[in-house]
Design a protein around this ligand. Structure first.
Ligand SMILES: Cc1cc2nc3c(=O)[nH]c(=O)nc-3n(C[C@H](O)[C@H](O)[C@H](O)COP(=O)(O)OP(=O)(O)OC[C@H]3O[C@@H](n4cnc5c(N)ncnc54)[C@H](O)[C@@H]3O)c2cc1C
Length: 390
């Protein structure tokens, strides 16, 4: 059978693209090398902005609803900020991804597990894919195979991205400590170059992690142990400790070629400031599905419209997020103080998490603010250059 679309990867980007293509009447095959439910190294935080993109409720996959943020500086001094509205839902990727894949299957997608992509042959009429021991054919190919995926390379799409890295693990949450983390998540700033540490509470355990610029990789284990200790748990009790790259988009990087597109982490769409990528995975999947449907039906002659819409609707936020990341890492303790002392700054954090404003919208608020962000981020870039050269 020849499909309209083959989607490689069944994370949030792949399941969303597959589901939305199928709902538009396309025949879709979704492949994943793993058997579901499977885990993926991730904090599993789905902020309200992301949840609002989905046309269905998260239901009990959202194990906690977060209204409080605890901020600590270099695993020392800390404070808590509370919001009246939900900010983020806490999920486990094992459950979230199985749920999203289930939604895709219900909409008519054929899902093949334990089918690792091995070869891609593109021709004018479509694409032939070898995965596992089988061959499949379709009009178009979607690379949704994450930060370590092969689709981009095999389809000849020249992706450029820089890499961060993060390590996370889980630890049981004793009932006596449950009240503290019922509605609260924590971030620790200033102790990991280019990143931060976190504690994300789930139903019966907490997820603790730390991420940063690529060179911090070898020190992440000891950083994770220190942070776990700081939050009052024993590092010896951590289970499921896993590391994974965080791919950050470079302006001008390709996201499509001929009859193939990339979505989510495969395209490098992680939010540079927070390391969150589920929002962009879902958003890029939705944009891709619209263009794939128009292409397959003959309403569009190529897939360049996907790149243009990504450039218009996603890239501006990613570029401002890069700038805010540069500013934040000039002096993380000062940023932490601003969130503590300024109600305006806290309201802005809440507005970003709930989607009332996007990063690009922060700069659009005033030309003075936009100029200040440009200047401060330039200072951040110079500082990074000096520290890497020195
Ligand atoms: C430690 C850590 C913590 C994070 N915490 C958060 C968070 O709290 N919130 C948030 O929003 N983001 C977070 N992120 C980022 C988030 O995990 C990713 O951005 C998100 O998973 C991207 O979704 P995706 O569908 O593009 O890729 P993935 O979720 O990586 O899915 C890719 C899929 O492709 C499959 N695959 C790979 N290779 C092949 C192949 N050759 N053949 C077939 N299938 C293949 C994989 O099995 C996988 O199922 C975190 C990242 C890390 C590393």
């Amino acid at each position: 059978m020849e499909y309209d679309v083959i989607v490689v990867g069944a994370g949030p980007a792949g399941s969303t693209t597959a589901r939305e293509c199928s709902l538009r009447g396309l025949s879709v095959l979704m492949l994943d090398r793993e058997e579901f439910p499977r885990d993926k190294p991730c904090g599993g935080g789905v902020n309200v902005r992301t949840a609002q993109l989905l046309p269905f409720e998260l239901g009990d996959v959202a194990e906690r609803t977060i209204r409080e943020l605890q901020v600590s500086v270099r695993a020392g001094y800390s404070y808590v900020r509370r919001s009246d509205e939900p900010l983020t839902y806490m999920t486990q990727r094992r459950r979230l991804d199985a749920y999203l894949a289930e939604q895709a299957i219900r909409s008519g997608v054929t899902f093949r597990e334990r089918a690792a992509l091995r070869e891609v042959e593109m021709d004018r009429r479509g694409v032939t894919v070898r995965a596992g021991t089988e061959g499949f054919r379709a009009r178009v190919l979607v690379g949704a195979d994450g930060a370590n995926g092969k689709t981009a390379r095999l389809a000849g799409i020249p992706v450029e991205r820089s890499l961060g890295i993060a390590l996370e693990g889980n630890i049981e949450l004793p009932p006596a400590r449950e009240a503290r983390w019922r509605e609260r998540f924590a971030v620790d700033v200033g102790s990991s170059p280019g990143g931060y540490g976190w504690l994300f509470p789930k139903g019966d355990h907490v997820n603790i992690g730390v991420g940063g610029n690529w060179p911090v990789g070898p020190s992440l284990r000891s950083r994770l142990a220190r942070l776990t200790h700081y939050y009052g748990f024993s590092p010896d009790e951590l289970w499921g400790v896993n590391g994974h790259p965080l791919p950050v988009f470079r302006q001008g990087s390709a996201v499509e070629k001929e009859n193939a597109v990339l979505v989510g982490d495969a395209a490098g769409f992680v939010d540079p400031l927070t390391g969150e990528g589920i929002y962009s995975a879902v958003k890029s999947g939705q944009i891709a599905a619209r263009h794939l449907a128009a292409y397959v039906s003959g309403a569009q002659s190529d897939l360049s419209g996907y790149a243009h819409e990504i450039e218009r609707d996603l890239v501006p936020d990613l570029l401002v997020s890069i700038q805010l990341h540069q500013i934040f890492h000039l002096a993380p303790p000062i940023a932490a103080q601003m969130v503590k002392r300024s109600s305006r700054t806290w309201r802005l954090v809440c507005a970003l998490l709930t989607g009332r404003i996007g990063y690009a919208g922060v700069k659009e608020r005033s030309t003075v603010l936009a100029r200040a962000i440009d200047l401060a981020s330039a200072a951040g870039r110079v500082r990074v250059r000096l520290s890497t050269e020195g």
